[in-house]
Design a protein around this ligand. Structure first.
Ligand code: SF4
Length: 921
């Protein structure tokens, strides 16, 4: 045996010290100085790093770390809005790492490109895929909900249980007792459609998410008649004035923040408006450390300054907004054709033409025959009062919306605004001056402003600023809201796959309302002297908002996929003890054991983002790219598409075995034959696989016509067109997408009752509640001293990655609340103390971090912590409850009608207040 192959003694600490001492001594000898070549023969024996030792297999693995068998393109769908294309490297059937694909085609040499695109969460997803949280098998609960006691089931057993229960509910209680919840189709539409198709064919209630999560900016449907429209992020570079208003892009738009910061090389200034000095504030030319909940008064104060200093774009305002429209002084209602003529229309409106000196109909309103807003030489008056003759021959006084606006905001003087917002008056004036003169100017709007109770009012006030200055509809301008990945670019293809027999034959439900009505949530506030229950009943009675199930029934089954309903729910403790208890069956389809899964009855293991075929789009860019199957779904998991297909087959099998007759669904006059469900669900066998589903969407949308899934695997593709049904601008070669060019350049009417950007809402409830025009209303909670702020964090996307080992290491490893040093001092609190955060709704116990950047009077906990991740008691939603704003319940008013994720009450949470004290632990 050669010396090399002789077994070596273990390398002990003692022998290391001996060898090191010998080496040091040797190096001290003449001939062994640092200037001379070391005598390597001394480094033998125990210290030989090349000696043989057991377990050397890992070395081979390490050496091959940069080798792979295949690379598959995929992405992540956690509602991050990133939509970043990644390459997943696979060796020996194991996903070993990911790398940013960095091959988005460039829009133009004049714009920075989208490469490389990603964030630190996406960069460690391969580890998540194999983490202990991963769900491996179907599970059926054996203990209490949330107790963690499960029986490992077969797919057949679990699906049979679910199929039987869904059918029992339909035949015994009605199809509207089965409820379905999934979020954000844009991030993986095929996974979304898998379940929505099942809900569609069995008559289930499909719940909204965008309003419930308060990501919907209600001011957009109100003012523009759209769900949300924003420019793609490359367009930020075209701006000369970027206002980050309640949006911390460095933290929440990691792949895109560079466009705003690079715009400074292009002459842009950046304003950051946020109560805390955050990561984005460090890039600002002007930073406003605003008092929480006062964004609306700042906006209206600035609007007053713009008007007072003649910084408005009058031709734009006259053509594009409702500011010149006439309002009857007596009723505060728009002057309508029906006021002037017997049999006149309710949806034709008037402005005062200064050339003709009389009221003329506004072109482009909903009732107008003219499908343009072109003024054709007329000059609408913005100010003044006028007399018109009504249909009954009487004379009536009318004035303009602009006059009413001026009157409304007259009280928002700069001193008053400075006092309420806590900002210096001269800086507010500077802001107004720059906003009115630096063109184009845009507002990047975020959850920091949108998550408040009066979000519709603040949205409308902010939109007003970019309308008065003529910025909306221009590259580099406008109000651009980015909260949630709400935009499915190939929308018509998606709708056809999601709800095949048209959306008219689907039971849709606003989740905020559903969660409120079916739980013991109670909003103690009175609105105009009436409780919210009165408004809810009126709204339902008038057919403004649907309320499923009907006739006082309770929901019985709840199926959740691609979402973490319970963890993210406002008033989660209240829901758990009421709505949740009343449900007979809760099914969670998931790739990890999150809070909703833990509190479910049946858990079905789903494929992760790297184990399925799907597509992904976002409002942040104008490309489409795919999810790919780097591996077959791990363990016993299946793709969402395969799970719902299997469930459809199982329901058909159970219905056949039971000999069930077709169920006549009176609401839609639909004879539902469940023995044929699998046949229907697969479109008579035409869409069996997820790849076929992708190609169906691509082939049925203007935006993606001619594209195939296989092509997308090669490279992301920019959309080729925009369907005028869904979009308000064209996709232009070499130009970043921005909305509302159809209105500005082609003079197409806005999608509102008046055909203009509509700031005046003359619905009776808006008039009664003093909200016909944008106005400022105070936050509605007062009792406790500290605002409870739960924004999007840096180290997770909502609850996803919250439990990731690597992400936890970048923070303190558990839930923490941030507090300003002054607030901590007042309460005798020290950094890392266990603290009890409480209010009248509930409490939680976690660690404190003292942060000078936090605003005094507010505490922050980045949201999404699962309850089991380190709270001593409670969770971050234990302090919240559901509050519904009455004006968000209206409907049947021109463009203001309930539509899923378009219009309905938002589940706001920022008005919550708390106290913090040292916890006894
Ligand atoms: S998690 Fe979202 S933002 Fe991060 S890399 Fe993935 S897709 Fe991009």
């Amino acid at each position: 045996m050669s010396d090399k192959n002789k077994p070596q003694k273990p390398f002990s600490r003692r022998s290391f010290i001996q060898t090191a001492a010998m080496t040091a001594a040797t190096l001290a000898l003449p001939g062994c100085s640092r200037n001379e070549k070391p005598v390597l023969s001394m480094l033998t024996g125990d210290f030989d790093p090349l000696r043989s030792y057991p377990y050397r297999g890992w070395e081979d693995f390490y050496r091959k770390i940069w080798t792979w068998d295949k690379v598959v393109r995929s992405t992540h769908s956690a509602n991050c809005t990133g939509s970043c294309s990644w390459k997943v490297y696979v060796r020996n059937g194991v996903m070993v790492r990911e790398e940013q694909a960095a091959d988005y085609p460039r829009i133009s040499a004049d714009l920075p490109d989208y490469n490389p695109r990603g964030c630190q969460k996406g960069g460690c997803f391969t580890e998540y895929v194999y983490s202990p949280q991963r769900l491996r098998y179907p599970l059926i609960r054996t203990g209490e909900r949330g107790e963690g006691k499960w029986h490992r089931a077969t797919w057949d057993e679990a699906l049979t249980l679910v199929a039987k229960k869904l059918l029992d509910n339909i035949y015994n209680y009605g199809p509207d007792t089965n409820s379905f919840f999934s979020v954000i189709p844009a991030m993986s539409p095929v996974s979304f459609c898998a379940g929505s198709r099942l809900a569609h064919y069995i008559g289930g209630v499909f719940l909204s998410f965008y309003d419930w999560y308060c990501d919907l900016p209600p001011g957009e449907p109100l003012t523009w008649g759209v769900q949300t429209e924003a420019c793609e992020c490359a367009d930020w570079f075209n701006s000369k004035y970027i206002v980050l208003w309640g949006s911390n892009i460095s933290q929440t738009r990691i792949p895109d923040a560079h466009f705003a910061y690079e715009a400074r090389y292009n002459g842009a200034k950046i304003v950051c408006i946020s109560p805390d000095y955050n990561a984005s504030a460090t890039h600002a030319d002007l930073y406003f450390r605003i008092n929480p909940g006062t964004d609306g008064i700042l906006a209206l104060g600035v609007a007053k300054l713009l008007i007072d200093h003649n910084l408005i774009d009058a031709p734009y305002v006259k053509e594009q907004t409702d500011m010149p429209l006439l309002v009857l002084s007596g009723t505060n209602r728009f002057l309508r054709e029906s006021d002037l003529k017997k049999g006149g229309k309710e949806d034709i409106f008037y402005f005062w033409d200064t050339k003709q000196q009389h009221a003329v109909p506004t072109p482009g309103s909903m009732g107008s025959d003219q499908k343009t807003i072109q003024l054709n030489g007329a000059d609408p008056a913005l100010t003044g009062t006028f007399q018109v003759q009504l249909a009954d021959g009487k004379s009536a006084e009318v004035t303009t919306v602009f006059e009413l606006l001026k009157e409304k905001i007259a009280g928002y003087t700069v001193d008053k605004v400075a006092a309420r917002t806590g900002l210096p008056a001269h800086e507010i004036e500077l802001f107004a001056q720059e906003l009115g003169t630096r063109k184009p100017a845009m507002i990047i709007h975020g959850a920091g402003t949108n998550h408040w109770f009066h979000n519709d009012l603040s949205n409308r006030s902010l939109i007003l600023l970019v309308a008065l200055t003529g910025n909306t509809g221009k590259n580099g301008g406008g109000f651009n809201h980015y909260v949630g990945q709400e935009r499915v670019w190939p929308e018509q293809g998606f709708f056809k796959l999601a709800f095949p027999e048209t959306r008219k034959k689907q039971r849709f439900q606003n989740t905020t309302l559903w969660s409120y009505v079916h739980s013991t949530n109670k909003d103690p506030h009175l609105y105009n002297g009436k409780p919210i229950e009165w408004y809810i009943q009126e709204s339902a009675k008038n057919g403004w908002m649907p309320l499923w199930p009907k006739n006082g029934k309770k929901p019985r089954a709840f199926i959740v996929w691609r979402a973490n309903y319970l963890n993210q729910a406002k008033g989660n403790e209240i829901l758990e003890s009421s709505l949740w208890k009343d449900l007979d069956l809760i099914v969670d389809i998931n790739y990890r054991m999150d809070t909703t899964a833990l509190y479910s009855d049946v858990v079905l293991p789903a494929a992760s983002y790297y184990e399925k075929v799907d597509i992904n789009t976002t409002d942040c860019h104008s490309y489409i790219h795919p999810f790919g199957k780097a591996c077959e779904p791990l363990f016993e998991s299946k793709t969402d598409w395969d799970i719902f297909r299997a469930l459809a087959e199982k329901i058909a099998e159970v219905a056949t075995k039971k000999g069930l007759k077709p169920f006549h669904d009176d609401a839609f006059d639909w004879n539902r034959d469940f023995t044929q469900l699998a046949h229907d669900w697969t479109s008579k066998g035409a869409i069996q696989t997820d790849e076929q589903a992708v190609n169906f969407i691509l082939g049925n949308a203007e935006e993606t016509k001619g594209m195939t899934y296989q092509q997308l695997q090669e490279k992301p593709k920019r959309f080729i067109a925009t369907d005028p049904e869904s979009w308000n601008s064209d996709i232009e070669e070499g130009v970043a997408y921005t909305p509302f060019k159809h209105q500005l350049e082609k003079k197409r009417p806005w999608r509102t009752l008046t055909g203009r950007q509509q700031f005046y809402i003359d619905h009776p409830w808006y008039i009664e509640l003093g909200e016909a025009l944008p106005t400022f209303k105070e936050p509605i909670e007062e009792k406790y001293p500290l605002y409870w702020n739960t924004p999007h964090g840096r180290w997770s996307i909502h609850s996803t990655w919250r439990d990731h080992r690597a992400m936890l290491r970048l923070q303190r490893g558990g839930p923490i609340v941030y507090m300003h040093p002054d607030d901590a001092r007042k309460r005798g609190l020290q950094d890392n103390d266990w603290v009890r955060i409480h209010n009248e709704v509930g409490h939680c116990v976690c660690r404190l971090q003292i942060l000078p950047g936090e605003k005094p009077g507010r505490v922050t906990m980045y949201h999404g912590w699962e309850k089991y991740l380190g709270f001593k008691e409670g969770g971050w939603q234990s302090l919240t409850y559901i509050k519904i704003k009455p004006t968000q319940l209206v409907g049947k008013y021109g463009h203001v009608n309930f539509r899923l994720n378009y219009w309905g009450p938002t589940g706001n949470n920022r008005d919550t207040k708390v106290e913090v004290e040292k916890a006894k632990v």
